[in-house]
Design a protein around this ligand. Structure first.
Ligand SMILES: Nc1ncnc2c1ncn2[C@@H]1O[C@H](COP(=O)(O)OP(=O)(O)OP(=O)(O)O)[C@@H](O)[C@H]1O
Ligand SMILES: [Mg+2]
Length: 205
């Protein structure tokens, strides 16, 4: 599992000269759960994207363990080499792929046999209780099932770091509670480092 260190990270978007992040420093210990709470527009998604390697900090440094992965506007380690699973704010399932295919998607460039892919997808589906809907398309899934498919897709590559961007915001109150408990349980079982951002204090458990 990985330890994340942010050193004085700032992000300025040229368009509209928005300062989305201003000198953010934090440490997420290996294997821990870390929550960032902030209102809409606070820069949460921007920070997640920088940690994921989808964007670079304008200044400051980001380290994974002792390795610099991004520094002062420069991407040092690209996203595909960061061993990250991410659930986006919008879940972003591929509508024309089944749940199985959505979950298997991150494995497609890994030169695994079909049997190995099936084994990995079924294993994570079992943990998240979606084995019975693997053949369904996203439109044929409930909101809670879609959320778990997105989570399964993030977990299938055995990430060192799981990034969750307001993953429960589209769920009803009851489902939100069970989804929070599920994430906590899966994180504990897999021992993965978890970074979660939300505007809802109840998500930061
Ligand atoms: N690509 C971009 N170009 C210009 N400005 C951007 C870009 N992405 C984000 N911003 C701006 O940066 C600020 C932070 O946005 P961000 O999406 O990180 O907020 P957030 O905390 O995730 O908000 P929410 O809770 O609504 O998801 C906002 O003012 C936003 O308009
Ligand atoms: Mg956001």
């Amino acid at each position: 599992m990985v330890r994340i260190v942010a050193r004085s990270i700032s992000k300025v978007f040229k368009r509209g000269s928005v300062v989305a992040l201003d000198n953010v420093s934090l440490v997420v210990e290996s294997g821990s759960r870390f929550g960032v709470l902030g209102p809409s527009g606070a820069g949460k998604t921007t920070f997640m994207r920088i940690v994921a390697g989808l964007d670079v900090p304008s200044s400051g440094e980001l380290l994974f363990d002792d390795r610099v992965v991004a520094s002062n506007g420069r991407l040092v380690v690209p996203p595909e080499d960061r061993r990250i699973g991410m659930v986006f704010q919008t879940w972003a399932l591929y509508p024309n792929l089944t749940a199985f295919e959505n979950i298997a998607f991150p494995l497609t460039n890994m030169r695994l046999s079909r049997g190995e892919i099936r084994r990995r997808v079924e294993e994570v589906a079992e943990i998240l209780d979606i084995s019975h809907v693997l053949g369904h398309y996203p439109r044929e899934l409930s909101g809670g099932q879609q959320q778990r498919v997105a989570l399964a897709r993030a977990l299938v590559k055995n990430p060192s770091l799981l990034l969750l961007d307001e993953p429960f915001s589209n769920l009803d109150a009851r489902m939100r509670d069970s989804a929070r408990a599920l994430v906590k349980d899966v994180q504990g079982r897999l021992g993965v480092t978890l970074l979660i951002v939300s505007h809802d204090p109840a998500d930061i458990f």
